[in-house]
Design a protein around this ligand. Structure first.
Ligand SMILES: Cc1cc2nc3c(=O)[nH]c(=O)nc-3n(C[C@H](O)[C@H](O)[C@H](O)COP(=O)(O)OP(=O)(O)OC[C@H]3O[C@@H](n4cnc5c(N)ncnc54)[C@H](O)[C@@H]3O)c2cc1C
Length: 396
């Protein structure tokens, strides 16, 4: 198992450190202070486009080659993406997620979408002329962890579908060109009733966007919205008719999370490293590092972060080689936010009143880190998945 990344990726990583130090961290602190997301027309996003951010990994000419393990290792390269996610989150996780790009729905479009859907929705992200976003909306006011409980209805009406329901906490959705919306044809069918739709910005009935208040990660928008008899053409049913036998829609959503959970774990490691660096810098400046008890606590946190990082890399390596990674992805997602929370908590303890005043980076990191245990399957849900696997029960 080789966790090394190619020279070009290593070079990109180094270049993004400059961006992180000079732009991301200050922007994150400013958004936190103002309590609102970075506006979509902020010049920072145009800078990112100039640096090659915001692009899809889908290529129209790649066709079936995408299926082979070798091709995926070259093109998917989850390890490089993972290390990049970690490093960008080290500088600011909220700013990292605010970045333009096709978003969380990209994986589902690539794996489940028809050729026409990939062309229509991902082509604009191949070489974007301006910042563009895509969004993913599964969560509802009454359905978070239990995704089978979604109530947003999809009703067939002639050639079209009509969507009715409410979605919440969808990242970047008010600025997105399209939102991948999950709905059900019949709530009593549970997972078997799930369907995914590509809903375009401006479609009548996609309305009432409301940016949620958050305790942290304020640089990007988490948004609720309403689908008020939103009419969507039949061609926008992800994968088309016939794709949804035996709960394929639900499986598509879960596959999305298996590939992104290691990334979320890596982002947590990034926040945790930032917190540990703050804690160490403060401890050194205050001569606290002469105390072996303090050194021991710092080392413990560093060790847990390192372990979480290695596990995330293993999950990414397995994904790069098209090997099952459910357990590793869940384990990394369960471990990393806990380690990062411990780092931020230790920082808050060591800084004492300096942290508690509320204007120090450590206090922001302490608030930012909490969401890492919640998004894309809570830590508790990861433990449920791993425990079922351990005793030989199906995924659940
Ligand atoms: C910053 C942020 C960004 C987000 N971005 C998006 C997004 O872009 N798109 C999107 O669709 N959603 C998004 N979400 C929503 C996120 O996916 C949900 O918050 C998450 O799935 C948890 O759902 P919930 O908050 O409703 O909690 P609940 O599911 O109600 O869970 C509450 C508590 O019960 C526990 N619990 C639930 N079920 C079980 C069980 N079976 N066994 C044991 N314990 C259980 C949970 O672990 C948790 O501790 C985001 C959330 C946040 C905070």
């Amino acid at each position: 198992m080789d966790f090394a990344i190619d020279a070009a990726s290593a070079h990109r990583l180094a270049a993004f450190d400059k961006l992180g130090r000079e732009q991301m961290r200050p922007l994150g602190l400013e958004a936190d202070r103002l309590g609102r997301p970075i506006p979509p027309d902020h010049p920072y996003f145009q800078t990112l486009i100039g640096m090659g951010f915001g692009r899809t990994r889908w290529r129209p000419d790649r066709g079936e080659q995408e299926g082979s393990a070798d091709a995926h290792d070259k093109v998917g390269n989850s390890r490089a993406t993972l290390l990049l996610s970690e490093q960008l989150s080290y500088w600011d996780r909220g700013v990292a997620v605010s970045a333009p790009g096709p978003g969380l729905g990209e994986g589902a479009i690539i794996s489940m979408g028809t050729e026409d859907q990939k062309q229509r929705y991902l082509t604009p992200f191949i070489n974007p002329d301006k910042p563009r976003w895509g969004a993913f909306a599964m969560t509802e006011p009454g359905a978070g962890s239990d995704v089978a409980a979604i109530q947003t209805r999809a009703i067939r009406d002639g050639e079209d579908w009509v969507l009715i329901g409410n979605k919440s906490f969808s990242g970047n959705s008010s600025r997105a060109d399209f939102i991948l919306v999950w709905a059900t044809v019949d709530p009593s069918l549970g997972r078997a009733g799930h369907r995914a739709f590509l809903v375009e910005h401006g479609m009548p009935g996609l309305q009432d966007f409301h940016i949620e208040r958050k305790m942290g990660l304020k640089a990007y928008e988490s948004t609720s919205f309403r689908l008020e008899e939103c009419r969507v053409p039949g061609a926008n049913l992800l994968g088309g008719e016939g794709h949804y036998e035996r709960g394929a829609g639900f499986k598509g959503a879960m596959n999305t999370f298996n590939s992104t959970r290691p990334m979320v774990a890596a982002m947590a490691v990034g926040i945790g490293r930032a917190a540990l660096d703050e804690a160490i810098a403060f401890a050194r400046a205050q001569d606290m590092t002469d105390d072996p008890r303090i050194r021991d606590r710092l080392e413990r946190v560093a060790r847990k972060l390192r372990a979480a990082r290695l596990l995330s890399l293993k999950a990414a390596w397995l994904a790069d080689h098209r090997r099952a990674n459910i357990v590793e992805a869940s384990m990394a997602k369960a471990l990393a936010p806990t380690a990062a929370f411990e780092a931020a908590s230790l920082g808050m303890e060591l800084l004492g009143v300096v942290g508690a005043r509320g204007d120090h980076l450590i206090e922001k990191l302490f608030r930012d880190v909490k969401a890492m245990d919640i998004v894309e399957g809570t830590g508790q849900i990861q433990r449920v998945i791993m425990a079922r696997k351990l005793v030989g029960l199906p995924h659940g």
